[in-house]
Design a protein around this ligand. Structure first.
Ligand SMILES: [Zn+2]
Length: 460
């Protein structure tokens, strides 16, 4: 009998995470993420999964981000009917993320059919329903048996609410091996979330490497910086529009604004959160206060709700969203974070042409996106098929990233060097993954691999 790992996604890429743990004939999949990127390439991979659904005995999910969970309904559609293990908070997040994904696909299908293309979504809301029935959630720090050969425990990853470092104790009847999967490894001192737990001693480590060749800007006081920017913009008499991801980023900014107002570093000002998914994500976060860091817990104890306070308004329907066009002051947070879709587009259409207004970027903007074009200072941009001159100010704030940079990743794994016999570097493009692998070797790890898709390794 052997214990082996097979890498079926996010190998030299950052999306589509799928790692297979084989213990003899037993097969357990870690994550089942959707491949994201140029439509043609992504679609092809998301329509034909690299694993036969019926071969799998169990699935363990590190967190709810779509690049880790988004292909689950397709797997279920293909015939998977085993358990999907995840943390309690991930189960809540997963419901929202998967229904949203099915909704986006249905909308796309409608648009494409209108233009005469024959297009079927990869999965529908009915497949999502079926998937959610298989979810079995567990609290952090309570090891549980997946089957006779595998025991699992979830530790805090400090990445998004519910995200886990997954500890897998495998036993093939002859030998026992501990495998640790970092999932997406977060950072210390992120707002709201607890810090990532220390990675326990293990025989094999599967580590992410998104920022394997980058250091984050050091931002000792993100809250103060946000306050300074908003105050300057208030002086200019315009409004600040913040494109932000629904999960994580939006709640951090809202919490900071609430604290700045409470401590009178900012005057009272209207704050609008205008994205249905952001509203849902915030409600889910509010339900899991047990997972907050001490700072946020203290705020709650003192009677200050970090997300729902006087002055912040969660915009529900499209009509109210449109009425914000007349709102000329305050802060509007809306999704998507890279300005590719969603309500942010109509806010930008009513903002970019006004000198007194400001677009504040708080997240990474990928090449080719509207967010990137604004951030790069293009003097004209296309929104809803029309060209707009950019006259507003565009400002950016770093420091909000929810992924560890290379020095944080090294700090998180250096202590494993004595026992850990094999390290597998995943969830990074070629360059960051190779750079991180080299650093691990320099630190004394004996066997470090940057697997290609379909590579299989037996554990030593
Ligand atoms: Zn993630």
């Amino acid at each position: 009998m052997t214990i082996a790992l097979r890498f079926l996604g996010a190998a030299r890429h950052v999306t589509g995470t799928k790692h297979l743990v084989e213990i003899g004939d037993t097969k357990v999949l870690l994550d089942c993420g959707m491949v994201q990127g140029p439509r043609r390439i992504a679609e092809e991979q998301n329509r034909k999964l690299p694993i036969a659904a019926k071969e799998l005995d169990a699935l363990v999910l590190s967190h709810a981000h779509i690049d880790h969970s988004g292909s689950l309904p397709k797997l279920v559609k293909d015939g998977y009917d085993g358990p999907i293990w995840c943390t309690d908070a991930t189960a809540d997040m997963l419901r929202m993320m998967l229904f949203d994904s099915a909704h986006i696909q249905a909308q796309d299908a409608k648009h494409l059919r209108k233009r005469g293309h024959d297009y079927e979504p990869v999965y529908t809301a009915a497949d999502v329903e079926q998937t959610l029935r298989l979810v079995r959630s567990k609290p952090y720090y309570e090891p549980f048996d997946v089957n006779d050969q595998l025991r699992v425990e979830f530790l805090e990853a400090g990445h998004i609410l519910g995200a886990a470092i997954v500890v897998l104790d495998a036993d093939d009847g002859h030998k026992q091996r501990r495998i640790v999967f970092t999932g997406d490894h977060g950072r210390k001192d992120l707002p709201i979330l607890r810090d990532p737990d220390r990675i326990p001693e293990c025989d094999a480590l599967i580590t992410e490497s998104t920022y394997g060749n980058r250091l984050h800007e050091t931002r000792p006081d993100m809250m103060a910086e946000l306050g300074r920017i908003i105050e300057e913009e208030m002086h200019d008499g315009g409004r600040v529009v913040i494109p932000a991801f629904s999960v994580g980023r939006t709640q951090s900014v809202v919490m900071f604004l609430g604290q700045l107002i409470k401590e009178r570093h900012l005057p009272e000002l209207p704050i609008f959160v205008d994205s249905p998914m952001s509203t849902n994500a915030t409600k889910i976060m509010a339900r899991h206060a047990e997972l907050f860091d001490d700072e946020t817990k203290k705020l709650l104890k003192a009677g200050h709700n970090p997300f729902f306070f006087d002055g912040v308004r969660y915009v529900a329907d499209v009509q109210e969203s449109k009425s914000l066009n007349g709102q000329r002051s305050g802060v509007i947070l809306s999704a998507s974070g890279m300005c590719e879709s969603g309500r942010i587009l109509h806010h930008l259409r009513n903002t970019v042409g006004r000198r007194e207004d400001c677009v504040l970027m708080v997240g990474w903007q990928a090449h080719g996106t509207l967010g990137r074009k604004l951030r790069d200072g293009q003097d004209s941009v296309r929104i809803y098929g029309e060209d707009y001159r950019v006259r507003c100010k565009v400002r950016a704030m770093g420091g909000f990233s929810a992924h560890a940079d290379y020095s944080e990743l090294m700090d998180a794994s250096r202590h494993l060097v004595d026992r850990c016999k094999q390290v597998f570097v995943v969830h990074g493009e070629d360059e960051p993954a190779e750079a991180h692998a080299k650093r691990l070797i320099d630190a004394g790890f004996r066997e470090v691999h940057v697997p290609h898709k379909h590579d299989r390794f037996e554990l030593r």
